[in-house]
Design a protein around this ligand. Structure first.
Ligand code: SAH
Ligand code: SF4
Length: 411
């Protein structure tokens, strides 16, 4: 069943198909993303007696997160009668996939459609990107539609925040990726693109580096990541899950204590004056406070380091003085530095640093004893890179708005 109904408007044939779709909200909530307590309550509402609920929750958990079923009817260890009873009220639906793009380098991008909270309004769209590498596959997950923050080099920052994703929509991105990659027991992997074929799983790592600031959607991100790392379900180790934050200082410690995953911090500048400009949240939480929070991040060790992300902007933050200051800033911390080549987007005011400058910058850091891999741009042909997620869709929406306007004028 689809949540979308396509209006039958023959005359509008040349106009983007998407412009003719009207969203119909799902009539039943999905179990995906519910905590165990919420599942138990949902079972209670469906008439399951209290003493059975714990066992039933275990069964649901297994079917949803180990077996990846897409219909309650497939949960064959549960009686047919109870399955029917549950299916009357609930589903195991994930976000709807509206498009899939596969890059020449095997990177895959899915465009997902999410309901708007206002009935009848256009649905929202977010993207989720899979980056395969030898022996591992990383899924880049979104936490919000758009972002309230306005980092000057980030395309997401130019988009109006529409809303926070629910825990189900965050976990749903992992389920969608595994559905599409045939990453469930007995699944059939795609024939195109490159996937890690070492006999293991395809989605081995999760990074909250898609659209949005994950710490500004703390509760949903927490519920979702506790599900993703739960050993009875998806079971991805906490060390293979990373939250990337632009520096929401008061929530960094809580993230460590309550979620316990790895932390990446979008640093991008080593002086407050410049960071205020690149990452305006710095005006609220300046570098000294941010670095303190990082030093106190629970559970840091040699094997569990904070990643500092540093986008390379030509003539802005890429001098060797900056590199030395960066080293001084992280000195003594369990840290690694990830240099990200800037991904330009239409209208962006920066350029990516020259390659030899990136190399020299990286050398200064490496010589000081810190690992400083340069993140290889992946999936550029499908605009799957950081800061570009959904940019194509935004353009599409602009066309769509024009098309709709033209339609309303001729009506
Ligand atoms: N909001 C969070 C997570 C999403 S952004 C954060 O800011 O950390 C994920 C990473 O991509 C961040 O380090 C961000 O600074 C970086 N990024 C954003 N736009 C970019 C661009 N155009 N080029 C390169 N990296 C970019
Ligand atoms: Fe938001 Fe992160 Fe982009 Fe900044 S870099 S605008 S925090 S998504």
């Amino acid at each position: 069943m689809t949540n979308l109904q396509i209006a039958d408007l023959q005359t509008a044939a040349p106009i983007e198909k998407i412009a003719l779709e009207r969203y119909v909200a799902p009539d039943r909530p999905s179990f995906v993303g519910m905590t165990r307590t919420e599942l138990a309550d949902a079972l209670g509402a469906a008439g399951v007696p209290e003493k059975q609920r714990k066992m039933r929750v275990q069964q649901l958990w297994h079917w949803i997160y180990v077996r990846g079923v897409r219909e309650i009817a497939e949960m064959t260890t549960i009686s047919k009668e109870l399955r029917a009873q549950l299916a009357e009220r609930y589903t195991v639906a994930r976000p709807e996939v509206v498009a899939e793009q596969v890059s020449a380098d095997g990177t895959r991008k899915w465009l997902l459609r999410l309901p708007s909270e206002n009935p009848g309004e256009r649905p929202h769209e977010v993207e989720c990107v899979y980056i395969p590498d030898t022996g591992r596959g990383t899924l880049c997950v979104s936490s919000q539609v758009g972002c309230t923050l306005t980092c000057s080099f980030c395309h997401t920052g130019t988009q109006r925040l529409v809303r926070n994703l629910t825990a189900g929509e965050i976990v749903g991105q992992i389920l969608v990726a595994r559905d599409r990659l045939g990453d469930w027991e007995g699944g059939t992997p795609p024939t195109d693109g490159i996937v890690p074929l070492d006999g293991g799983r395809y989605v081995t790592n999760v990074v909250m580096m898609g659209m949005g600031e994950p710490l500004y959607n703390f509760d949903a991100v927490k519920d979702a990541l506790l599900i993703v790392t739960d050993g009875d379900g998806i079971g991805i180790s906490r060390r293979k899950v990373t939250i990337s934050t632009s520096g929401v200082v008061p929530l960094i410690e809580r993230a460590g204590e309550e979620i316990g995953v790895m932390l990446a911090v979008s640093l991008h500048a080593v002086r407050d004056e410049l960071r205020n400009e690149l990452v305006p949240l710095n005006r609220k939480y300046p570098l000294a406070a941010l670095m303190d929070a990082c030093r106190n991040y629970p559970g840091l060790s040699n094997a569990r380091r904070i990643t500092f992300e540093y986008v390379m902007l030509k003539g802005i933050n890429d001098s060797l003085d900056d590199a030395r200051a960066l080293v001084r800033l992280v000195m003594g911390m369990h840290a690694k530095i990830n240099l990200i080549p800037f991904n330009p987007w239409p209208g962006s005011k920066y350029e990516c640093s020259d390659w030899d400058q990136i190399e020299k910058f990286s050398e200064v850091i490496f010589n000081a004893g810190y690992s400083s891999p340069v993140r290889t741009p992946r999936g550029r042909d499908i605009l799957a890179a950081c800061g570009q997620l959904k940019s194509e869709t935004e353009k599409l929406s602009a066309r769509e708005r024009m098309a709709l306007r033209a339609m309303s004028m001729t009506e």
